[in-house]
Design a protein around this ligand. Structure first.
Ligand code: AMP
Ligand code: MG
Length: 419
């Protein structure tokens, strides 16, 4: 049986990076750049004051000296008045530094006689104090964002500063979600005897959105070959079709055969992990020549969640241009003992425990290494037990106990690496 690493390598060998689209920056949060961004401006565009105060010359600014205030300059204004010896110009934060000045002194560091139009300095400023120089944060021609970087709030602000209203990014993948099972009813329905609500569809749609992709829920499909064929044909129109249920070895597990009938080529079936062993993965060529991917996730909700986060998520990130190492594990400490589970490696849904604070010198500090709590799930259907999941802790196959305090690897759903 394939290991998790081997399964991920198969996915890497199958995924194809998606095409670029030109998006308004306001819609591009979380999308990845298709090209480097080079600045066309200096920032700040001119020498600028960092404080409300007075622009003056250090040479005539010994503590106690008096200077004449000859003008005022606000943010958004410039002044033609030059600062000469014995003079100062009142200046606001963000305003351009007037000619002749070489420092800004904070208004709290002077006594301002508004009637006489004079200030008296109470401290000695240094050259350049409270001035940010033109081009200090970037110069025209600087590489400011790299290809494949994921756009966050600050990088969208940076694009706006450059005057870029639109940006070329990898388009968001569309993921069709198909829940299969005779026992499933829509979430609005009251389940009859033997029935359960289709919780996987809503959960997987949320996982898709969380991956920067667009979910397309298809509803419930019965465990019947002809119905499966119809729904699968529909789902194959999306970049990824993600099915839940029907991939194990039961008499009604009809999904793998239906996918093969639809022309999907199996890449693997079954991976050595818990939960989620029956995972099925395949690919097909779409009418426009592009590669479509298909994941058959086990129906059990916790298995579906774990398989989505380990495998579908990886495919989605890679299609959007992420490097193979986009999610490096965090090193965290186990909050409690964990028993190893024998022959299969386990990916435990887990969450970071509120950092216990240590108090020193009258202040609270977060602990250096966060603790992680493995969520106590009563089998693969227990969504309640894992509802606060933030990531997965990998515990390898074997016997014995890992004791509290041990350093383990935590794969966060947030993704801690912008690779
Ligand atoms: P299966 O993988 O089809 O054998 O299903 C395994 C278990 O997951 C069964 O107990 C199903 O009832 C449950 N299950 C399957 N699909 C869903 C779904 N969409 N929502 C919630 N539970 C499901
Ligand atoms: Mg089923």
């Amino acid at each position: 049986m394939l290991s998790v690493a081997e399964a991920l390598a198969h996915i890497d060998a199958t995924v194809v990076r998606l095409d670029p689209v030109d998006e308004p920056i306001a819609d591009a949060l979380g999308m990845r750049l298709t090209a480097d961004i080079v600045s066309t401006i200096d920032s700040p565009p001119w020498d600028k004051s960092l404080m409300d105060g007075f622009a003056l010359r250090v040479a005539d600014a010994a503590a106690g000296s008096q200077l004449e205030v000859v003008a005022t300059v606000f943010a958004g204004e410039t002044t033609a008045v030059e600062v000469r010896s014995g003079q100062a110009i009142q200046i606001m934060t963000g305003a351009p530094i007037p000619a002749g000045a070489d420092c800004v002194i904070r208004k709290e560091a002077v006594e301002f006689d508004q009637v006489a139009g004079r200030i008296r300095l109470t401290s000695q400023p240094r050259v350049g104090e409270h001035i940010v120089r033109q081009g200090a944060s970037m110069r025209s021609g600087d590489l400011v964002l790299e290809r494949s970087a994921r756009l966050n709030a600050a990088s969208i602000g940076l694009l706006a500063e450059l005057g870029q209203a639109r940006v070329s990014v990898i388009r968001r993948p569309e993921v069709a979600i198909l829940a299969t099972g005779d026992e499933l009813v829509p979430i609005e329905a009251t389940p009859g005897p033997g029935q359960i609500r289709n919780s996987n569809e809503s959960m997987l749609c949320a996982c898709v959105t969380n991956s920067g992709a667009v979910p397309r829920p298809l509803g419930v499909c019965r465990d019947q070959a002809d119905e499966l064929d119809r729904f699968i044909a529909e789902g194959l129109q999306s970049d990824i079709l993600c099915l839940s249920g029907g991939v194990s070895a039961g008499d009604k597990d009809l999904v793998p055969a239906a996918l093969i009938r639809a022309g999907v080529k199996q890449v693997f079936h079954n991976v050595n992990l818990k939960p989620g062993k029956p995972l099925w993965f395949g690919a097909h060529t779409r009418p426009d020549g592009r590669t479509g991917l298909v994941f058959g996730l086990p129906g059990n909700p916790v298995s579906s969640l774990v398989c989505f986060e380990l495998f579908v998520r990886h495919a989605l990130e890679r299609m959007q241009g992420a490097a193979a190492f986009w999610r490096l594990p965090l090193a965290v400490r186990l909050a409690a003992d964990v028993k190893l589970q024998g022959e299969r490696p386990v990916y435990h849904p887990a969450r970071l425990v509120d950092s216990r604070l240590k108090v020193e010198f009258g202040r609270a500090y977060a602990r250096e290494l966060q603790q992680v709590e493995i969520l106590n799930w009563q089998g693969s259907s227990d969504l309640r037990g894992v509802a606060s999941t933030e990531g997965l802790v990998h515990v390898p196959a074997g016997e014995g106990v890992w004791t509290a305090g041990r350093i383990v690897e935590f794969l966060t759903f947030a993704g801690n690496r912008e690779g």
